[in-house]
Design a protein around this ligand. Structure first.
Ligand code: NAD
Length: 479
C-alpha cells in the first residue's frame, strides 16, 4: 500500500488550531517513515486550555448533543478507511485491527447519543421512616462545575479517546484531552471531526506533548475537577499520588488469565486463547496474558495453539490480509524478547517465536511457564501466549489466577456450571467471559479493573456518564 504523505496537525486549544515552537515526530513503527508531526505544547498552553474551558458554560440541549454524537458516529463510519490507515501508520497495528477499532468507536458515539436521551433522574417518596414527611424528593444529574482532564494511552488511539470524549459531550462537560505522544494524530483527526459536527469551541481542547515536557500540569491544573486516565499502573499510581483533592478515574493495566478446565473443547479453547493473545498485537489491557490449563489437557492445548498461531499471516501492517502488525516500538519488542528469554531460562519451552525484527515481535508460544517469572507476573504487552500448567482443582486455579497485583478481566473455557460459578465468584477481576476472550464487551457495559488495574468509577458509556456528573437532589411539598 502507498505510504501516507507526512502531515502536520496543530493542537486544538478551545476548539481553535494552535501551534507551538517545537514539534513531536510520529514515526511508523513498521517502516520508520515519518507519519506526521504535532506541536510540543508548553505548560502555559495547557493552563490556557483549562482557563478557556473553565470560562465556557455549555448550553447544548439534549437534542443538540445527540445530533453532534450521531453525526460523529456517521463521520467516523464514512471515513473509516482513512482513519484505519492513520491508526495503522502511527501504531503499527494491522489494518484489520484498525478497522475493528473504527467500528468500536462508531458504537461509542452512537450509544452515547442514545444513552443521553434517557431520563437520568430518580424520584423518592418522603413519607417513609420514623418521621414521615408528605413530600417527594427528586434527583437530577448536572455537568461537573470544573473541567475534565483526560489522558489516554497509545494502544486504542481512537476508541479510548472516544470513551473519554463521547460521555463528556453527552453530559455537557468541558474536556482538556492529552492523547499519547506516540499516537496523537488519530486523536487530532477525531477533534477535527467534532469541530465539523458543530461542537462548541469551549467544550474541547486537545493538547499534545511528552510527559517529560508537560510534567504534572495536565492533572494538577486548578480548574481540573476530574482526572480520567487510561494507561499503565506505573503512571496511574504517580497520578494518584500527585493529583490532590479531585475526582479520579484510573483504568490501568491487566494480566488476564485464560482458564481451561478439564471438560473443555481443547481446539475451541486454543483458538480463542490465540485470538485473545495476538489480536491487536497483544496490546490490549485485556489481552490474554497467561493461559492456565489443567495438566491433563495441556499437551493437546499446546499442540492446537501452535497450529492456530502458525496460521497467522505477518508482514506489512497496511496489507489488508495481514493478521499481526508490530508492537508500538522497537524498545517494546526488545522488552518482550528479554522477558521471553527470562521465562525460557527459568524452564519454559519456547514452541514458537524468535528474535524481534525492529518493532515486529513474532507470535510467541511458550509452555511450562513458571508463574513466578516476569513474563507472566508483570503485564507483557505483546503477541505472546504463555501456558502455565495447573492441577485440576478449582480453588487452586482461583488462587493462581488471583496471584498477581492486577485484576482486570478473565476468561473461562468450561461447560461445568458448578465450576464456572465458583470461578466467577472467586476471581478478583472486573469482568469474566465464559467461552470468549477476556476483552469481550460492548461499549455500553460497565468496564474496569480492581486491585492495581483500576480505581474509581468504571468506564463504558453509562458508567462514564455517571462519573462525569454530579447528583443534585431537591424536594417538593407535593407528594
Ligand atoms: P502509559 O501509562 O505509558 O501512558 C499513558 C498516557 O499517560 C500517555 O498519554 C502518556 O503520555 C501519559 N503519561 C506517561 N507518563 C506520564 C507522566 N509521568 N505524567 C503524566 N502523563 C504521563 O501507557 P501506554 O504505554 O500509553 O499504554 C499502555 C498501558 O495502558 C498498558 O498498561 C495497558 O494495559 C493500559 N490500558 C488500560 C486500559 C483499561 O481500560 N484498563 C485500556 C487500554 C490500555
Amino acid at each position: 500500500m502507498r505510504a501516507l504523505e507526512p502531515i502536520y496537525q496543530p493542537m486544538l486549544l478551545a476548539g481553535a488550531p494552535a501551534d507551538a515552537d517545537r514539534v513531536i515526530e510520529v514515526r511508523n513503527p513498521f517502516s520508520g517513515a515519518l507519519v506526521g508531526t504535532v506541536p510540543q505544547a508548553e505548560p502555559r498552553q495547557i493552563r490556557a486550555a483549562f482557563k478557556a474551558a473553565a470560562r465556557f458554560r455549555p448550553k447544548l440541549s439534549r437534542r443538540e448533543r445527540s445530533d453532534i454524537l450521531l453525526g460523529t458516529a456517521r463521520a467516523i463510519a464514512s471515513d473509516q478507511d482513512r482513519l484505519a490507515q492513520l491508526i495503522t501508520a502511527e501504531t503499527g497495528l494491522c489494518l484489520r485491527d484498525s478497522l475493528h477499532e473504527t467500528r468500536r468507536a462508531c458504537d461509542v458515539w452512537s450509544f452515547a447519543a442514545h444513552a443521553l436521551i434517557q431520563n437520568d433522574g430518580e424520584i423518592y417518596p418522603g413519607d417513609i421512616g420514623g418521621n414521615p414527611h408528605q413530600r417527594r424528593i427528586f434527583s437530577m444529574r448536572t455537568p461537573l462545575a470544573g473541567v475534565i482532564a483526560a489522558i489516554t494511552p497509545f494502544n486504542h488511539p481512537l476508541n479510548l479517546v472516544s470513551h473519554k470524549l463521547a460521555p463528556a459531550i453527552a453530559t455537557n462537560n468541558r474536556v482538556v484531552l492529552k492523547p499519547s505522544e506516540q499516537t496523537p494524530l488519530t486523536a487530532l483527526a477525531l477533534g477535527r471531526i467534532l469541530r465539523e459536527q458543530g461542537l462548541p469551541e469551549g467544550m474541547l481542547s486537545i493538547v499534545t506533548g511528552t510527559p517529560h515536557d508537560l510534567g504534572d500540569c495536565v492533572f494538577t491544573d486548578e480548574d481540573a475537577e476530574l482526572v480520567t486516565f487510561t494507561g499503565s499502573v506505573r503512571v496511574g499510581h504517580q497520578i494518584a499520588e500527585r493529583a490532590g483533592y479531585r475526582r479520579l478515574v484510573l483504568e490501568l493495566g491487566g494480566n488476564d488469565p485464560f482458564i481451561v478446565l478439564a471438560d473443555a473443547d481443547v481446539d475451541r479453547a486454543a483458538h480463542l486463547a490465540v485470538q485473545g493473545a495476538v489480536r491487536h498485537s497483544g496490546q490490549r489491557c485485556t489481552a490474554v496474558k497467561r493461559a492456565l490449563v489443567v495438566e491433563e489437557l495441556a499437551d493437546h492445548f499446546a499442540e492446537r495453539a501452535l497450529h492456530h498461531m502458525r496460521q497467522l499471516s505477518t508482514g506489512d501492517p497496511s496489507d489488508p490480509s495481514v493478521d499481526l502488525g508490530t508492537v508500538i516500538s522497537e524498545d517494546a519488542a526488545q522488552l518482550i524478547a528479554r522477558r521471553v528469554a527470562g521465562a525460557v531460562a527459568a524452564g519454559a519451552r519456547l514452541l514458537l517465536g524468535g528474535e524481534p525484527r525492529g518493532a515486529f515481535c513474532p507470535p510467541t508460544l511458550l509452555d511450562h511457564v513458571s508463574p513466578a517469572c516476569e513474563l507472566v507476573a508483570e503485564e507483557t504487552f505483546g503477541p505472546v501466549l504463555p501456558i502455565i500448567r495447573c492441577n485440576n482443582d478449582v480453588d487452586e486455579i482461583v488462587m493462581m489466577a488471583n496471584a498477581t497485583k492486577f485484576g482486570l478481566s478473565a476468561a473461562i473455557c468450561s461447560n461445568r456450571l458448578d465450576h464456572v460459578t465458583r470461578l466467577i465468584e472467586g476471581l478478583a477481576v472486573g469482568s469474566v467471559n465464559v467461552w470468549e476472550v477476556p476483552g469481550y464487551r460492548t461499549e455500553l457495559t460497565p468496564f474496569g479493573g480492581i486491585k492495581q488495574s483500576g480505581l474509581g468509577h468504571k468506564e463504558g458509556i453509562l458508567e462514564a456518564m455517571r462519573s462525569f456528573t454530579q447528583v443534585k437532589t431537591y424536594s417538593l411539598p407535593w407528594p
